[in-house]
Design a protein around this ligand. Sequence first.
Ligand SMILES: *Cc1c(COP(=O)(O)O)cnc(C)c1O
Length: 457
Amino acid sequence: MKTYPAEPYRIKVVEMPNMLTREERVEAIKAAGYNTFQLKSDDCYIDLLTDSGTNAMSDRQWAGLMIGDEAYAGSRNWLHLEATVKEYYGFKHVVPTHQGRGAENILSTLLCKPGTYVPGNMYFTTTRYHQEANGATFRDVIIDEAHDPSIDLPFKGNIDLNKLQALIDEVGAEKIPYVCLAVTVNLAGGQPVSMQNMREVKSLCAKYNIPIYSDCTRCVENAYFIKTREEGYANKTIKEILLEMFSYADGATMSGKKDGLVNIGGFLATNDDDVFTRARELVVVFEGMPSYGGMAGRDMEAFAIGIKEATRFEYIQHRVEQVAYLGDKLEAAGVPIVRPVGGHGVFLDARAFLPHLTQEQLPAQTLAAHLYIESGVRSMERGMVSAGRNKETGENHKPKLETVRLTIPRRVYTYAHMDVTADGIINLFKNRDKIPGLKFVYEPPMLRFFNARFEVC
Ligand SMILES: *Cc1c(COP(=O)(O)O)cnc(C)c1O
C-alpha cells in the first residue's frame, strides 16, 4: 500500500474556524446565491477555494516580519530577497512587484507589441490578459493530451515542439517576443513540464533567438515532479533542479503567493540587461521603487525565507503527496476526478459525478454548492459558469470539462482535513441522484463567476 509522508511541521499557533451546523450551511449557501465565491470565509470550515496567498508562514517567517526595514529605498530585506532569488533561481536581475500580475504587466508592456504572438503551454488568466492588452495574440502550444482529463501522463504540461515550430514558420521568429513557459500548468490542473522538454524548447528557441520567460509561480512543485518522475534526477536536490530548470530560461515572472510561501508578493527576473534597465524604469510607475515594488520590507523578508523553506525536500514532498492523498482516496471510492492529480489541487469531474444534469443545469456549480452544504468545504466551479459567453453570438461557451476545483493551501491543513473533505464528497457521491441543478438569477456581464447568483431549478 502506498504511504504518505507525515506533516513536516509542528503547530505553534492555531486558528479556530467556525463549524456551522448543516442547517446553518444551507442558509449560508442560499444567502450566497449558491455561489461559493459569495460565502463568507468565516462560514467555511475547510477553505479550498484557492492555494493563492493562503499559505501558512513558519515561525521564522513571522520572526522575519519583525526585522522589516521599511526604508523607502535600499531596504535590507530587498537585498535579502534579491540575493535569495539569484541564489535559488539563478537569474541575473530581479525586479520586485506586489504580486505575479505586476510582473506580467511590466514584462508584457516591455516586450509585447501589436501584431506579435506569445506562445504558451496553456494560458493563465492574468498572464494572457497582459499579453493581449499590449496587442499580442496568445497561442496555446501545450501537448494535445493536456486537454484530455482521462489521459494519465507524467509530464502533461509539456510544450509540443511541433506546434511551436509551426507558429515560428507561420508568423516568423521576429514576431514572437518570447515564449511563456509555465511550471506547473495551473489551468491544466497543476501538470508539470519535464526537464527534457525545457531543454528542447530552449534549443529550438536558441536557433531563432527567441527568449523564454518562465511563469515560475509553482516551480517548486514542478521540481518535485522532475525529481520523482524523470530519469536522472532522483539524487538531485530541489535547489539543483530549480537552477537547471531556469538555466533554460531567460527570465521569469513569479507570484510569491504560491510557491513563495507568503501571502503577498512577486517579482520579475531577467538575464537581459536591457530588459532589466527598462523594467526598473517601469516598476516605479506601476509598483514602487525597484527596492520594494509594492511590498513592505517585512513582506520581502518573509518572501526570502519562504523561497528557501520551499526547497526543503520534506516540505515539498508532503505538499504534493498530501494533494495526491486526497485524489487517491476519492479515486479508490470511485469518485470521478481529473487524472493525473497535479501539484496544487484535485479536480472533480462534475458531469460524470452528476450525470442526470444537463450542462445547462450547471453540474459543477451545483456540486460545489452541495459539497459546502455536506461538509463545510469551500471549493470552486471551473465549468460553464467560469467559461462565460461568446462575445459575438451571446451563446454560453460549453467547455468540455465541468470541474470542481479543490485547491489545497500550503502547510495549512492536515491529513484529517483531507479525510473530512473526501468523506463529504464520497457521501455526496452516494446520494448524487437526489441533487437538483441550478439556474442563473443574476448574471454579471463580465467574469460572471465571481458575483453570479443562482437558484435551484
Ligand atoms: C496566480 C498566478 C499568477 C498571477 O499571480 P498573482 O500573484 O495572483 O498576481 C500567474 N500565473 C499563474 C500560473 C498563477 O497561478
